[in-house]
Design a protein around this ligand. Sequence first.
Ligand code: SAH
Ligand code: SF4
Ligand code: F3S
Length: 480
Amino acid sequence: MDLLIPDKVHDESRQGEALMLEQTVGKYNGRKLYIESYGCAMNFSDSEIVASILLDRGFETTKDYNNADVVFINTCSIRENAEQRVRNRLKEFTVAKVKNPGMIVGVLGCMAERLKSKFLEEEKLVDVVVGPDAYRDLPNLIDQVDDGQRAVNVLLSREETYADINPVRLNSNGINAFVSIMRGCDNMCSFCVVPFTRGRERSRDPQSIIKECVALHNQGYREVTLLGQNVDSYKWKAETTDAESVSISDIKGTNFAQLLEMVALISPELRVRFSTSHPKDITDEVLYTMAKYDNICKYIHLPVQSGNSRVLDIMNRTYDREWYMDRVNAIRRIIPGCAISTDVIAGFCTETEEEHQETLSMMDFVQYDYAYMFMYSERPGTLAAKRYADDIPDTVKSRRLKEIVIKQQQHSHLRLQDQVGKIQKVLIEGFSKKSNLDYCGRSDHNAMVVFPVQESYKPGQYVNVLVDRCTTATLIGRVI
Ligand code: SAH
Ligand code: SF4
Ligand code: F3S
């Protein structure tokens, strides 16, 4: 890898620095990194930052952990079963480590942050524990392990956005990419561990975001998804002391609607998506910006969590049923036909049967295109764990979840059927999972569309597909 050799190498005065750099690169040269990610898109995006930091030092990536020198697992803490999955996977890595004792096993991400050095006590074969804001320290932490120690860095930061790091795209199809626009979360929803694992909310410099998106577009990428736990609270307040370079956006700062517009203007050929929108913060300005640009996908992920105002209140979501419905109405008014998806939690503390029914009736009201549905899982340290008893029996939680899932299946199917007979603009992502005779790609509404391959079209191109029929999760059609 020559990624780290800067242009300064040829600057005489910097020769010492260049030499040091080469020595550092040399030290890691050829060592193989395997990295596996769990949890939300932010974690997958972070793994690309981690890979970038290590590849810059001479590491190479491998897809087989059995022949890796360093095995990282980027973890999620959102629900208990997410953590369990990681523990199970670690057992498999442990087997590989017994065969190859030189292997370094590292735990990154939210579970690392939540458990800190406790992880080292609980998992004897883990060598390094690194929280989401400490990835720049990885080379140093690996050095410590090389010196025979076990290493931990779980410091959270108020500033770190990794803005200057150009992520290495892992497992990429060269067409879609995630771009992180902010980190952390200040919302303190009572069920949620994220504010503790990811720290305070901070926005990334818009210029660095645009630069990354332009570079992606120039490399042939055709879709970027802007990521944050609550993109609507994106806020960049530029600090500038040089009066001559002050522009309007420096004075006013940049909000999410403005950032979205800046990204949309890069090229009409570059599609823009974003996630996640918070119902309390999504503004009409964002909706009008979406409506204005054809290349901003007409799809909003707007987690409701519950359809009942009392439950929303104790969840500390800071909106109620009426507010949420008003936001949905605004979406329908400003962006007719916009797809909406959601997250729902079944069986939150003290939820009554009637309150659960209100979640179902909210689903009827919105008719979501898609939903991620979960049973409430108490997380240590959260407000809900401190304040409320996790008092809904598992049998009741799972029955309520089942009712939610069945309703959503009906709505998802209705939404897909709605598209039959219509033409969808699809960005071709590659061959379909089932056959090399078919291409697949997503519609503006984020629905998966499958259609027969035609010689004249390649992945990365847009095609108009007439939808002939649908399965439970996919639209099937042909290019016209
Ligand atoms: N920032 C996003 C959500 C991130 S977590 C938002 O505010 O909507 C993704 C989803 O996991 C949440 O929307 C919620 O539905 C679910 N979730 C979070 N904590 C949970 C818990 N303790 N039990 C069950 N589901 C949970
Ligand atoms: Fe968690 Fe709420 Fe922040 Fe989403 S907005 S990450 S649910 S605290
Ligand atoms: Fe999980 Fe952390 Fe994301 S807890 S959902 S990986 S922010």
